[in-house]
Ligand binder design. Structure first.
Ligand SMILES: NC(=O)c1ccc[n+]([C@@H]2O[C@H](COP(=O)([O-])OP(=O)(O)OC[C@H]3O[C@@H](n4cnc5c(N)ncnc54)[C@H](OP(=O)(O)O)[C@@H]3O)[C@@H](O)[C@H]2O)c1
Length: 307
């Protein structure tokens, strides 16, 4: 039996509740873990609201919130390769087990060992934000010296994109509100405050010839405002808004496999993907953790330390 936080039906924050549940039984290709740290993401409240039915896993209510976690393997389901009981691991809960809980099941092909030297807290932030940043930049494939605009640079994915882009020797301009200026400039971003500046005019002044690529983390209407700053609309990659295709851009192609997780972990160990973890909440404080992300103006990554 383990304590968990989730929702009894689809809806707003009012449907959230704490409850106890029996430890999930790992099915084929799943591992049961004791959760150490769970990452908090915008996707979590979108799932609670019932806006992403394909990712719900079809489990009965109450459902547990959370898509990513780091912890220790307690048991293996059938057909699990490369993981053992007792391994420290991190990965995706893709079958609806939820991660804001003392125990959960992760999908084994979407789970990797935590390498020595990497903390569970950092590892827990890599499946969603870390690998998304890697995938977005891979998709753009820009050479050193190219220019990139990161729209929404101060959040979980944005700061990871900025760090990775700087490591690839790209020239990064990022947008955000005033509180995001300092963390963005620390990682080498030339910052535009969208609350006080004309974003298009300010970005054009910094990069007069137009950008070689844009990673959008905000969505419309901001996406449509900044998209013309790209020299070629095909180099606009959106992470949250599928309507990017309507303006000639592309939605990010995600790789959720173990190999990509291991790659993100290596980048984190090298300090390239070091996430800015701005808040660590106990499980009892999960409502505050998710509320911080749900307000849409998060700084860096928020996590829940379960054990
Ligand atoms: N496809 C996938 O697999 C995948 C994976 C991860 C995330 N996502 C999606 O990607 C999006 C970003 O995720 P995230 O984890 O980085 O979210 P986040 O941590 O909440 O960050 C979003 C950032 O955007 C900033 N922002 C809001 N309005 C803005 C505007 N008009 N202009 C510039 N910045 C603005 C926010 O703060 P300020 O307004 O204070 O600057 C915040 O820092 C979400 O929609 C999420 O669902 C998708």
């Amino acid at each position: 039996m383990g304590h968990a936080w989730g929702f009894g039906r689809h809806g707003g924050p009012e449907v959230q509740e704490f409850f106890d549940r029996p430890d999930p039984v790992p099915g084929r290709g799943e591992v049961l873990i004791r959760v150490d740290v769970a990452g908090v993401n915008p996707l979590d409240h979108l799932l609670r609201a019932g806006l992403v039915p394909g990712l719900d896993g079809g489990r009965p209510f109450p459902r547990v919130l959370g898509m990513e976690a780091a912890g220790t393997v307690l048991a293996l389901g059938e057909d699990v390769d490369g993981l053992e009981v007792g391994d420290p691991v991190f990965g995706f809960a893709l079958t609806g087990g939820g991660t804001y809980a003392e125990t959960t099941v992760l999908s084994a092909p979407n789970t990797a060992r935590i390498p020595a030297g990497l903390s569970a807290t950092v590892a827990a932030t890599l499946p969603v934000a870390g690998t998304t940043a890697v995938d977005a930049l891979d998709q753009l494939g820009l050479p050193a010296g190219a220019t990139i605009l990161v729209n929404g640079v101060g959040g979980g994915v944005g700061l990871a994109v900025a760090r990775l882009a700087a490591a690839r020797e790209l020239h990064v301009v990022g947008t955000g509100s005033a509180a995001k200026r300092e963390p963005a400039e620390t990682v080498g971003v030339r910052f535009v405050d969208y609350t006080t500046e004309d974003v298009v005019a300010a970005a054009r002044e910094l990069v007069p010839g137009g950008f070689d690529g844009i990673v959008d983390l905000v969505g419309d209407p901001s996406l449509r405002t900044v998209a013309p700053l790209a020299r070629d609309p095909r180099t606009v990659v959106a992470v949250g808004d599928q309507s990017v295709a309507d303006i000639g851009g592309r939605f990010v192609e995600r790789r959720l496999d173990r190999e990509n997780l291991e790659r993100a972990a290596r980048l984190a160990l090298d300090g390239v993907l070091a996430p800015a973890i701005t808040a660590v909440h106990p499980l009892s404080d999960a409502p505050a953790a998710l509320a911080t992300v749900e307000n849409g103006h998060t700084s860096g990554k928020v996590v829940i330390k379960v054990t």
